[in-house]
Design a protein around this ligand. Sequence first.
Ligand code: CIR
Length: 264
Amino acid sequence: MLHAVTREVSRAIVRCELTHLARRPIDLERARAQHRAYERVLERLGARVERLEEAPELPDSVFVEDTALVLDEIALLLRPGAPSRRGETGGVARALERHRAHRPLARLEGPGTVDGGDVLRLGRTLWVGRSSRTDAAGVAALAAAVAPHGYRVEEVAVGGCLHLKSAATAIADDMLLVQPAWIDVSRFGGLRTVEVDAREPYGANALRVGDRLLYAAAFPATADRLRRLGFALEPVELDELAKAEGAVTCCSLVFEAPALDPRA
Ligand code: CIR
């Protein structure tokens, strides 16, 4: 079955990390309501949502994507690039532990760093962004961890945005939604690409669940472009979390695994 791990928005989100945005007030209740609506969309699409409890001292802990990489064969706890975020992995580890029978849980050891927002999976290839959060040692450690499971790592330089997945996400098995200002799109070789509308520079982040795309309502022109290409969109409002530099993929870890035994 499809699982989605999420985490309640921390009351400390007002102290979140910011790299490319100026700080603006974040309305905690509004952020939480939008986050719940996002979870409901995941549920409607068939996911069993497991929301981890709030971490009041970890401002960015709602962005669970950055803490782990969950593949069919292995789950890997990552080492986020921002020191303020390293404590987030503990809670996520406990959630993933429960799926341990299905796949081993490993940990990316330092000194390298990788944020999950920099890891874009397409089949057996992991495209990994070299960003302000993910360094060369992290990419090498990640490549070594996944190689025995048949995954190849390809590095992509990222500039001007936080993560690779701010600039490119998969919208089909062989197609990416991209923001060419922040990555060299030719790096993706034979893959087909759809560009964001120029008025919507942050519009390249979509979360693919089955045959649908969770997509922020803030980007209507790009949404129209995707619909005209035949994509079925599930609009989500995430503008409060966008002030914390979060987008749709950041707020969940979505993976297939057997249903958990309710007695476990
Ligand atoms: C951070 O700077 O780490 C958070 N404020 C935003 C993280 C967003 N995560 C993601 O795109 N995967």
